[in-house]
Design a protein around this ligand. Structure first.
Ligand code: 4AD
Ligand code: MG
Length: 504
């Protein structure tokens, strides 16, 4: 029996087991918001129903105390979840004291240090539920399209995505690497099964602290035989659309807790813009407009708007502070104004961050050099112009992985595709068509100075029944961050691992 099943027990007596999320009390009643992992239920514990001893015990419970509450289920639309429990009995497992995380503002480092507890808070709960629904939707999509889920090894002898960010381990006295991507194995499995997808942990020694990078993250990597880059893009598009749609259906309450503007997700039903790298560079540098919007001019305007807002908010805060300081204000009015000031200060922090960021983005877009890869800032500038994910394809081959197929009509370009999520999120998917020619692959392996011997098995795939094939990799945490509109990927995974972070 749990809180999500209360609708089946209206008017009946049930027992809920959970933790005290919060509590308030009067002389004769204690109100406990009981959190049981599935949801929340307000429980009303009256002195007359419980008896004095149990009532006093209830009154003494600290936040996150664990207990079972028996009582009658009553419909109450005003309550979270729509029901409340009129208690007749409690059984306390543990009365917890001094729970470190309270409702007040905690710094992010403190919260991450206490991740093992932070996971219990409402926002984190909602994010984990969305993550779970995304995982469910991913399997649903691929299974319904006859893909076979297969697992790639985690210990590998070769790099898939460049040698700079490999984690080396000791494998019975020999070096091995934690996998950066299951793709190369995925290609072998696709030649056996037609269409496969892997879903596993991947590792990148990224010595940078950005809001998009983890050292350990989960990647979904489909691989399809007899598939070119354009069919690949069709698959990516219907895949992302299906996943977002399913999250909208399964997680309305969670998205509401997160304050997510779901209209931004509902738009994802429209076709995704597809731009070649060359076109994307033109848009980025402000040489080409998107729906009448220019990348540089909108940023300049945004900066002016942000500065105007900052001035407004500062004046408002100053006025309220002066009014409180002047004295003579009623207690309720002081509280009201103080709360306003606190929330204005939060807004101010965000605005000031934008004020700092926009000039950097502008500079990055102006100085962008044709032929280089997009950095985080470039992706932000580009994606702020669209309300849909965009697919950028045909990249300069020099900046892409060794296995990318060259465009037969213009071999300056490799047939890679990156999907950049809107609202400034940037890359969530990287993929492309794979090189089929053994000769070209050998050339690339040499060019990238990779050890030829460990790739012999991979070259076999081109020697025995080589076919056009494509695939992609979706970073689960990046998708969760965008769907939930989070500032940072560290909140998208139960226990994040990133540069400098191995605890808890
Ligand atoms: O673009 P990437 O490096 O592509 C590959 O690994 C290909 N082998 C995939 C394939 O074609 N099968 O990584 C794919 C995705 C990125 O788009 C991003 O979403 C995610 O993996 N990703 C990361 N997510 C979090 N932290 C990191 N350090 C990430 N690096 C990549
Ligand atoms: Mg990439």
């Amino acid at each position: 029996m749990h809180t999500k099943q209360l609708d089946q027990y209206v008017g009946q007596e049930v027992t809920l087991k959970g933790w005290v999320a919060n509590k308030r009390e009067s002389k004769t009643v204690v109100f406990i918001n009981l959190r049981d992992g599935h949801g929340m239920c307000q429980c009303i514990l009256g002195i007359d129903d419980l008896g004095e001893e149990s009532f006093n015990e209830a009154k003494s419970l600290g936040q996150e105390s664990s207990l079972a509450i028996t009582g009658t289920v009553v419909v109450d639309e005003r309550q979270i979840g729509g029901y409340e429990l009129h208690a007749s009995k409690i059984q306390v497992y543990q009365n917890a004291k001094d729970y470190p995380i309270s409702n007040k503002e905690h710094g992010i480092e403190f919260l991450i240090d206490n991740r093992h507890l932070w996971l219990r808070s409402r926002r984190q709960w909602a994010i984990m539920k969305v993550r779970n629904s995304i995982i469910y939707a991913i399997h649903n999509f691929f299974q319904s399209q006859d893909f076979v889920q297969m697992d790639a090894p985690i210990f590998t002898g070769n790099a898939a995505e460049g040698t700079t960010d490999l984690f080396e381990t000791d494998y019975y006295g020999k070096p091995a690497y934690l996998t950066q991507s299951g793709q190369l194995y995925g290609e072998a499995m696709a030649m056996a099964m037609g269409k496969i997808y892997t879903f596993g942990p991947t590792f990148r020694a990224e010595k940078s602290k950005t809001r998009r990078h983890l050292s350990e993250f989960w990647m979904i990597e489909p691989e399809m035989a007899f598939c070119d880059i354009f069919e690949n893009m069709d698959t990516i598009e219907s895949f992302l659309r299906a996943v977002v749609q399913e999250v909208l259906e399964r997680c309305p309450a969670e998205l509401e807790i997160l304050g997510r503007d779901i209209s931004k997700l509902e738009t994802i039903a429209k076709p995704f813009p597809r731009l070649s790298y060359d076109e994307a560079v033109e848009v980025l540098k402000g040489n080409k407009d998107v729906d009448g919007q220019n990348s540089l001019k909108t940023l300049e305007q945004d900066l002016l708007d942000v500065e105007a807002r900052i001035a407004e908010v500062k004046t408002d805060i100053a006025e309220r502070e002066a009014a409180i300081a002047a004295g003579g204000m009623k207690k309720g009015a002081i509280n009201f104004n103080q709360n306003k000031i606190d929330s204005q200060k939060q807004d101010l922090k965000q605005l000031e961050e934008e004020q700092r960021n926009i000039p950097n983005w502008l500079k990055s877009a102006r100085d962008f050099e044709y032929g280089s890869d997009f950095g985080g800032s470039d992706e932000t500038v580009l994606t702020r112009l669209y309300d849909l994910p965009i697919m950028v394809y045909d990249w300069p081959h020099e900046i892409k992985a060794f296995y990318m197929k060259r465009n037969p009509e213009d071999p300056r370009f490799a047939r890679g595709v990156d999907v950049l999520a809107p609202e400034g999120y940037g890359e969530i998917v990287g993929g492309g068509e794979r090189e089929t020619s053994e000769e070209w692959l050998v050339e690339k392996i040499n060019e990238h100075k990779l050890p030829m011997d460990v790739f012999q098995w991979y070259l076999d795939l081109r020697r025995y029944g080589s076919v056009p094939h494509s695939g992609f990799g979706l970073g689960l945490e990046r998708l969760v961050a965008w769907v939930c509109k989070l500032d940072h990927v560290r909140e998208t995974i139960p226990f994040p691992r990133y540069y400098g972070r191995l605890k808890p």
